[in-house]
Design a protein around this ligand. Structure first.
Ligand code: NIG
Ligand code: FE
Length: 415
């Protein structure tokens, strides 16, 4: 493996630029250049060369990839997934499709609890194997970094097992995984009627172990009516913050209870879902550095109204988009579907969607200084499209137009 890589014959290079998240009207500002090459050394972008076939460099000493006139963009950052789980919930999906609500299924003992039973019964090796296949698929769609949450264990051993599986995969797989502890995803049946005790168990018995073993960077809570309410979420997240975790929040997904405001108040890195975020919540987001992470495939799958992404951007928020891939509310990690829904149904421009899936996704994981754009000194996480323009990402509806994926300067996938 040579230390230097040249990507030549780039028909079009498209990226947002810089080392911070993009807010409001900045989100539509993409930089486009034509007929260029990228020089990469030891996985880091060294130079954008203003020629498709630079003569100065001897190709003998370097690895060369010919982009064949294709469009090149930063790799996608999927900043919200629950990709480590065992078992499926196709029967529940079918019931939901016929009109039963997500919360009714949860109240009847299905939903997250169903996946908890199946995940508790799985070994770490099984979770790693399942995760590996899912990562392969995600990589082929251009995802070079993703976030993964625990939350299908809800006991010490299985939560650790999920996080350990992600650690193993992070070391073995080309896709980078950022881990989030989501012990407060639901109340496990053995704690029925004892929610305060469960929260204290997480705070005193689980979070310190996660921290000691360095198994998660973020702590998240499913803050929802009848799941973990505002004050319960605040209590848990404040304790997590004291231990050094960065914060995320499943906020205002089904009922508007003020999770968006809570996330901003606590300085969370992101507030996610936001289908029901209030005007006050949107204002709080716009005035904060919290990223609004929207998950259109979930709204589509649940047949709910979409988050008000257009209004959020117009109000000055930094919006990221992510798949929310999970076995219940959103069993898909399709980037092409996500792009189509965000453009067609949420009225975002394709340029805003690209920003939301790259630099703002990176910012939702606190990695905007290292990934998420094609800038000199950033890690060389790149995708080459089969076509000469980024516009094919939307135009070729529902299709994967990614031809090659480069992770930290190494070609890791050819479709
Ligand atoms: O982000 N809303 C809570 N958590 C997941 C769904 C988990 C599940 O249904 O298994 C979500 O939608
Ligand atoms: Fe989620």
């Amino acid at each position: 493996m040579k230390d230097t890589l040249l990507i030549k014959n780039i028909g079009e290079l498209v990226t947002c630029s810089g080392f911070t998240s993009k807010k409001g009207s900045e989100m539509k500002e993409l930089h486009t250049s034509h007929n260029v090459s990228i020089l990469i050394e030891k996985g880091i972008i060294k130079e954008i060369i203003n020629s498709p076939q630079p003569k100065v460099i001897s190709e003998k000493d370097i690895e060369v990839i010919d982009a064949m006139g294709g469009s090149v963009l930063p790799g996608f950052v999927d900043s919200h997934t629950h990709f480590i789980f065992s078992g499926y919930r196709e029967e529940e999906f079918y019931l939901r499709f016929q009109g039963t609500s997500y919360m009714d299924i949860m109240k009847a003992g299905g939903g997250i609890a169903n996946s908890v039973n199946k995940t508790r019964a799985a070994s770490k090796e099984e979770l790693v194997q399942l995760g590996q296949k899912r990562l392969d698929d995600m990589l082929s769609m251009g995802i070079t970094t993703l976030e993964g949450k625990s939350g299908y264990g809800l006991d010490l051993d299985t939560e650790m097992c999920q996080l350990e599986a992600m650690k193993t995969l992070n070391e073995a797989h080309a896709v980078d995984i950022v881990s989030t502890f989501l012990g407060a995803h639901a109340l496990p049946k053995e704690y029925s009627g004892r929610k305060k005790e469960y929260i204290d168990f997480i705070i005193h018995k689980v979070l310190p172990v996660v921290k000691d073993r360095n198994l998660a960077e973020f702590c998240d809570v499913f803050c929802e009516k009848n799941v973990f309410e505002i004050e319960e979420s605040r209590y848990l997240l404040e304790e997590a913050k004291k231990l050094g975790f960065k914060l995320k929040l499943h906020a205002d997904e089904i009922v508007a209870i003020g999770g968006t405001e809570l996330a901003c108040d606590l300085g969370a890195v992101s507030a996610d879902h936001l289908l029901q975020a209030s005007d006050k919540g949107i204002k709080a987001l716009a005035n904060s550095s919290t990223i609004a992470t929207l998950l259109p495939c979930t709204a589509f799958s649940l047949k709910e109204d979409y988050a008000r992404g257009r209004e959020m951007i117009d109000s000055g928020c930094a919006v990221a988009l992510a798949t929310d891939f999970n076995p219940g509310s959103c069993f898909t990690h399709s980037i092409p579907l996500l792009i189509a829904l965000a453009c067609y149904n949420m009225n975002l421009s394709l340029e805003e969607v690209i920003t939301a899936l790259t630099i703002n996704g990176a910012a939702a994981l606190n990695r905007e200084k290292h990934i998420g754009s094609i800038d000199v000194n950033k890690e060389a996480d790149l995708i080459i499209l089969k076509y000469p323009s980024y516009k094919f990402l939307l135009y070729n509806l529902g299709m994967n137009v990614v031809s090659k994926v480069i992770k930290r300067g190494i070609l890791v996938k050819t479709n």
